[in-house]
Design a protein around this ligand. Sequence first.
Ligand code: FAD
Length: 323
Amino acid sequence: MVLPTSVEEASRLLPTAEGGASAKLLAGGQDLLTELKEHLVEPDTLVNLKSVPGLDTIEWNEAGELTIGALVTLTDLEEEAGVVEKLPILSEAAASIASAQIRSVGTVGGNLNQRPRCWYYRAEHAPCLKKGGSECYAFEGRNKYNAILGGGPSYIVHPSDLAPALVALGAKVTLKSHSTSRQLLLEDFYTLPSDGDILTETRLKPDEVLTHVHIPKQRAGMRSTYLKFKERASYDFALSSVALCLWLDQGQITRTRIVLGGVAPKPWRTVKGEQAILGKRVDARTIEMAREACLDGAVTLSENGFKIPLTKGLLTRAFQKLA
Ligand SMILES: Cc1cc2nc3c(=O)[nH]c(=O)nc-3n(C[C@H](O)[C@H](O)[C@H](O)COP(=O)(O)OP(=O)(O)OC[C@H]3O[C@@H](n4cnc5c(N)ncnc54)[C@H](O)[C@@H]3O)c2cc1C
């Protein structure tokens, strides 16, 4: 393991797009250590980001914008006073993740870059599409936890709870290498299996580090929530989740952001659902329109048909909570 003291040094230790060093970034280790134990990745070197100073702060500027360092723990994010007060969607999403122990070491950067949980991907013996094989075994196999939206040729779902909430907030991420720095909307950071490189879920280049998440100041009057359904009452990944931001003026919807989690290979923003209800009051009819529009195009596999009514139920609860 190496302990770089800057992002540039960390980046130089990583492979480039052409190949090179076999190295992986390590943050809290709550996903990567499992991947190592299961021999899903076998890097020669672990590049421990925790030795890089300046990546563990949460900062509000005078304009009301929020910058979150990649090494901020999920607990610190969940409990930050400004986040609790102004962005409940984010503190609720952080609080819904795993257990208190995992949240106390798991980081924001690690959460956004964690790998899929599909058991065919996690099983050592199965060379599925996500590991360079030629088949998505979930498609005709055990697919209760898999995608109903945006799937094909792989049907993984993105496991992060922070990602849908951050996409709903219009967050951007800073990606740095030793020679470059760029910002992307988090919505554009994630890719679908059909987008090109099926071995990854993001546009992060091999020698880049996600250093910060930036949340713009939200328009006045935003109400927001993150609702997640998990199979176990204790810690578990989302079978489905809804990240909802809603702006009302005299009872009418002036703006909304709806992002689904646990149902697609990336956080699934439903622009169609958002547009369908603009100008309407939040009543049973409007919620029904949102439910239909948000799930438009959903295609279920043999064991995950339940995700449609489940997600519709979460949407109803989220709208009722914020109205
Ligand atoms: C039992 C269990 C339950 C869990 N439940 C949930 C859940 O309900 N919801 C949820 O969202 N997650 C869940 N997780 C997944 C995950 O472990 C945590 O969300 C955690 O945030 C991962 O962060 P980390 O810092 O430990 O990441 P690490 O394990 O250190 O890293 C994860 C991946 O991200 C890469 N990486 C880390 N930091 C960066 C960076 N700054 N830039 C680029 N790449 C980076 C690493 O190379 C690695 O591939 C669970 C994990 C476990 C073990």
